[in-house]
Design a protein around this ligand. Structure first.
Ligand SMILES: Cc1ncc(COP(=O)(O)O)c(C=O)c1O
Length: 378
């Protein structure tokens, strides 16, 4: 798409909007390099799917001819119980992926007179959807303290400095993609306290379930305290349902009721709704997924340490590592050997690559090729 969309008092120049480039897909790489087996560690998906979800999908009596429920009550109720903190079904909105919820919030809050603050190295969708509302994007400096665990992550002081009367929305991913960094809830609380009332904040918790809930607390606990707070969650990560597109937003009753005006009646499909319900109830699956992720994280950080490769925060189901000047060469070497990782040039991290944590088998293949590429370092 290119050109100008005009709409009375606003016009969006699509040429100014960077396109979102998804990770390469397995089929294309198989074809390009004539490979039988290709593994994808590029899009932060869970390598596993719940057996309960698989058994449901395999059934043959789905009512495919009927529209799905518009507001599936049981799922809303279970989501409210799952997030806790006195949330009810009226605090929840279901989306076609959490991306759709981000879009609802932007459309509800932002127009061509607004400024939107997006911390440097944030998830690219934030910029795309804000620019589609013709908002002015204000990018803030990252944390540049190399000794800090939050290196290149979100610098809340820098965000506060950029707030003006026009700031309508601030995006904070916690933990963040692609930096993998996490900000303590007490800092988020202080940050929210310092904001003007007409500035809304999205705390994007797409990777929340990979954290340690005893230490890393959710911003859902602050929803009753701040009227301008929205939290988003995804089923694409630990729940293993990226292909079905389902996510949700949590906010005050009033905010959710406004967001529902932006929701199409059937924005989440039958399979997404039922699979989300089953995955939420399958505690064993999420526990095993998290355990696998924790083990993979240890293995890969050991590898990076051994190869003297710097890496960023490790709070999610991926690790972003500094391949330096050889980053492009390494990316292509891995591709040729059937391993897809993610280049991060689009995110302003040219020297870095991001690898998702996969099955033990896939991680071992990645480790093997990393060792071969860096054989001079071992
Ligand atoms: C920070 C962040 N937010 C949101 C999303 C989108 O999630 P969903 O698949 O639920 O739309 C992603 C996906 O990678 C992400 O990294």
């Amino acid at each position: 798409m290119s050109g100008i969309i005009s709409k009375e008092h606003r016009s969006v120049n699509l040429k100014n909007i960077k396109k979102y480039t998804p990770g390469f897909n397995i089929h294309d790489i198989q074809k390009k390099y004539k490979l039988k087996k290709v593994i994808k560690l590029a899009s932060n998906e869970n390598p596993f799917v719940s057996n309960d979800v698989l058994s449901f999908i395999k059934k043959s009596n789905h009512k495919l001819n009927l529209y799905p429920e518009s507001n599936p009550d049981e799922l809303h109720k279970l989501l409210a119980d799952t997030v806790g903190h006195r949330m009810t079904r009226n605090n929840i909105i279901l989306g076609n992926g959490s991306n759709e919820i981000l879009e609802f919030i932007v459309r509800a809050k932002v127009d061509n007179k607004s400024e939107v603050i997006i911390p440097k190295h944030s998830f690219l969708v934030y910029e795309i959807i804000s620019k589609l509302q013709n908002a002015k994007i204000i990018v803030t400096k990252p944390d540049n303290d190399k000794a800090s665990e939050n290196y290149l992550g979100i610098n809340l002081e820098s965000v506060i400095k950029k707030i003006t009367k026009k700031t309508k929305l601030i995006f904070i991913a916690n933990p963040a993609n692609p930096t993998g960094t996490y900000i303590d809830l007490s800092k988020i609380d202080n940050f929210l306290q310092s904001l003007p009332k007409n500035t809304s904040v999205i705390i994007d918790e797409a990777y929340y379930e990979y954290l340690n809930p005893k230490i890393n607390k959710t911003a859902v606990s602050l929803i009753n305290k701040y009227k301008n707070l929205y939290v988003t969650r995804s089923f694409s990560k630990i729940y293993g349902l990226a292909s079905l597109r389902v996510g949700y937003g949590i906010s005050s009753r009033d905010n959710i009721s406004i967001l529902k005006n932006y929701k199409q009646p059937f924005n989440s499909n039958l399979f997404a709704q039922k699979a989300a319900l089953l995955a939420l109830k399958d505690f064993k699956f999420t526990r095993v997924s998290k355990e696998n992720n924790d083990i993979a994280r240890i293995k890969l950080t050991e590898l990076f340490n051994r190869l003297s490769i710097d890496y960023l925060g490790t709070y999610c189901n991926f690790i972003t590592f500094r391949a330096g000047k050889r980053s492009k060469q390494l990316f292509e070497y891995l591709l040729k050997n059937g391993v897809i990782v993610r280049p991060l040039t689009n995110y302003g991290l040219t020297d870095y690559l991001r690898v998702s944590l996969g099955t033990p088998h896939d991680n071992n293949i990645f480790i093997k090729h990393m060792k071969l590429f860096y054989s001079d370092k071992i």
